[in-house]
Design a protein around this ligand. Sequence first.
Ligand SMILES: Nc1nc2c(ncn2[C@@H]2O[C@H](COP(=O)(O)OP(=O)(O)OP(=O)(O)O)[C@@H](O)[C@H]2O)c(=O)[nH]1
Ligand SMILES: [Mg+2]
Length: 454
Amino acid sequence: MPYDEFKRSEINSHSNQGSDSQANANSAIDENDSLDWAKEAYAKLKAKQDKEKALISENEKKELVSNDDNISGVKDKISSTNQVLPLYEETGLNNNLIEQVPSNEEEVNPIDESPILGEFDENFTWSANVLAAQGKKPGDISFEEIDWLGKLRDGLEKTRQGFVTDLLEKFGDDPLTPEDLDDLEVLLLRADVGVKATDQIIDALRKRLNEEVLDSKEAFRFLKEQLCKIVEKPIKDSGQDLLFPKRNCLNIWLLVGVNGVGKTTTLGKLANLALRSQYSSLIAAADTFRVAAVEQVKIWGSRSGVSVIANETPNADPAAVVFDAIGAAKSKKTELLLVDTAGRLQTKNNLMEELAKIAKIITRLAPDALVESLLVLDATQGQNGLSQAMSFAKSANLSGVVITKLDGSSRGGVAFAIASEANLPIRFIGAGEGIQDLKPFNSFEFVEALLANR
Ligand SMILES: Nc1nc2c(ncn2[C@@H]2O[C@H](COP(=O)(O)OP(=O)(O)OP(=O)(O)O)[C@@H](O)[C@H]2O)c(=O)[nH]1
Ligand SMILES: [Mg+2]
């Protein structure tokens, strides 16, 4: 069975997702052992990287020898201006397509975007500890996970500064007081956590405080537990801990949301996640409102290594593109069809009508397909994102949310408002413009990254 990136959290830990995670996580690894754990993990990753490097240079040597033997063949290849890259020739992905992926060498480069192991520094040990706390073994972790956690923690820096740094100052090392709770309330609201989630957290802390003295360490642990509980609730309510395509059947995932939030970028990252997890995938370029949108999807298709179905006609009917894409998906036995949709239409009503039309086509053409509508929200928009979530939740049948641009946003706290006020499960989060800068949402990692250094 291939490694399934969509199920990463399940593989990481069978018991540590959710509100009990903090307690389990804290006991999963003794503080004194954590540095040893990180050292062992680093040594194993380093050995793995060295082995891969050696393998690559061995292959390069072999290639050089065979190239010498067949120099004329190479010349032919170089002179070909419209060549299809070997990756697609081998996989057959580029054959018989309605719309072929562009064969620009610079753009088709999924392998080079993989992260490499950095220094053994505080960044590494922090990421390693988060993985260890979820029950992973030092030999089980990958560069990608370390890189991702580092990015997430860095990305949440601005949110953390306006929230945790002040919180640490206010809490100090003394036991929590009722006045601290008032300060915490202000900080949570300021960090876009929203009124409902803030009330829930403050009430829970006040209740504990009435029962016993809470030292600052326990207060922080309890706060993390409450935060996890809030984002986990809609996930639990949905009855589906993780969102992943089911193998051997057609899954159709629609990326919806207002303009500029990151739908197309998310689609490209999801396509690559699917490719790396060995799902057969296809992209439908159903944002036909902007001419440049189709071009942008094709670049992402090329970059992620997934074929794109598009219609070049200006203002082509998006439902017709979806019609073609479902036809292609059926004949190719595609498992995951990712649909890019428009974010900018004349009015909000037009946008909702168009989504309804696409949904209708899907029901008619692929009644057995597993359809998921993912609302993409931009973290930098804070409470605005929450109102988008509320209005889309009313009109579109949403299965969850993707929060993008968590890198550099000071409003990462909005995740809690979306979960508690719109009751929508967060399914994926994006923290960068790179192809691998998107992962399935893991509440434990998110809260740890948000409140890092404590
Ligand atoms: N820093 C950062 N930038 C992102 C992220 N996701 C998307 N972006 C950027 O946000 C901008 C808009 O992204 P798109 O994917 O084009 O957004 P869209 O929702 O498809 O936009 P429309 O098609 O106009 O509706 C681009 O410049 C992306 O590179 C992220 O996680 N982090
Ligand atoms: Mg777009």
